[in-house]
Design a protein around this ligand. Sequence first.
Ligand code: DGP
Length: 112
Amino acid sequence: MDCIFCKIANGTIPSTKVYEDDLMLAFRDLDPQAPVHVLMIPKTHIASADALTEENASVVAHIFAMASKIAAAEGLHNGYRIVNNCGEDGGQTVQHLHFHLLGGRSMKWPPG
Ligand code: DGP
């Protein structure tokens, strides 16, 4: 499948990994928007949050369970933000479900 994040997940495209297990990979974003900017993805291809179902959504709970450990390992003891961009209006540019873990600076709200 011609998916950048599938290729990162299977090692075809290199990345700077910060966490990996059987279900997910976390790696540094190549265009960081904060001092810490990690992308957390399922290893299986799910196109977006809009493609989640009762059958495939359990991996999201796993990603969020690991997110707090990744944040702690990255030193984000004062908080952080987890973002999912879904679809064109949501600003999604890579069609493989991913969560941005952003931290190391104070975040603004609402997002643009
Ligand atoms: P989104 O706009 O939510 O779909 O975010 C996609 C993110 O993926 C964006 O912040 C840039 C990042 N990205 C795109 N291609 C690559 C890549 O090849 N390697 C890494 N590390 N990040 C990538």
